[in-house]
Design a binder for this molecule. Sequence first.
Ligand SMILES: Nc1ncnc2c1ncn2[C@@H]1O[C@H](COP(=O)(O)OP(=O)(O)O)[C@@H](O)[C@H]1O
Ligand SMILES: [Mg+2]
Length: 325
Amino acid sequence: MKDQASSLRELVQEKNEYNGPQAAPPAPPPPPSVVVMPPADDAQTVVPAYKRVFRPTIRTSARVIAITSGKGGVGKTNLTVNLAFAMKKIGRRVMIIDADLGMANVDVVLGTVSKHHLLHLLQPEVTLQDVLIHGPYGINYISGGSAIERAVDFTPQERQCLMDKLTACETMADIVLIDTGAGLGRNVLDFILAADEVVLVTTPEPTALTDAYAVMKAYSKNSEKKDLKIVVNRVYDEEESNEVLMKLQRTSEKFLSMSLTSLGMIYEDRSVMNAVKRQQPILAAYPDAMAARCIEAVAKNILYGGDHEIRLGWKGFLQKLLNFS
Ligand SMILES: Nc1ncnc2c1ncn2[C@@H]1O[C@H](COP(=O)(O)OP(=O)(O)O)[C@@H](O)[C@H]1O
Ligand SMILES: [Mg+2]
């Protein structure tokens, strides 16, 4: 019987086993202008269709989506910033929390400098508005800043202070994107375990794949939720992306009993590097580039594809992260 290690080796070695590209995933449905749901008692009451009343469901909580990876440098920050750009364009209110602590990544990609970061909130005179950066292209974000401690290491008063000040983010955003660090540090795990949805970014590189698998394993072991979303970045063709996906999915289902949902792939594209050099999101600098179009498709898959129940929402995320029971 194959063990986990041999299956992983296959994951990164068996290049020739693949039998051609899979059918492309179905295109996401067109954006609904409002989400309409039938009334809750619809199933029990027999009402003629022409008399049925539909009530729009208005979401009151923000979707919290953590963007993470096993290996560093696989494209998390570029994806996060460009997803925010794409979602903003579609009309969603998005906020980024730059939680790749010590790196100030979002600042670099947007060409901004943040004076305040998350931990300044611990100072009584600093408000949420002081740390919230209104970046270019309408992208709002909060910098994690350097040398942040693990939230659980704060005193109860400090945690309460962060909770009180950060709760209001919910009224400012429909979607909160958390750009986490890479790997399995407790810091990163805290963020991904508190978020309702987790997007794991990988490239087809063997080292990125084995590190991605390590994150999948840690997530499945520690999370109540058994579902990860995945984006394969820097691929040369669809076949390469399908191959990576298929192998990760097979390994995940077999050894972790966890499903992996693909949000799409992003082509290897020099325009990403050129956009970084210009300190602009690729969607702003080169909107017609292959990678830009792929990221737009990923954004639409996140917004319109599949199920995305808000379980904890923003408040629940903060409670879990800050260790409130
Ligand atoms: N699709 C891509 N095509 C080409 N280069 C890319 C692509 N995605 C990322 N890169 C390169 O990788 C670098 C690191 O990306 P970044 O988003 O900072 O990674 P991470 O946040 O995971 O550390 C970028 O500056 C860019 O040069
Ligand atoms: Mg980064």
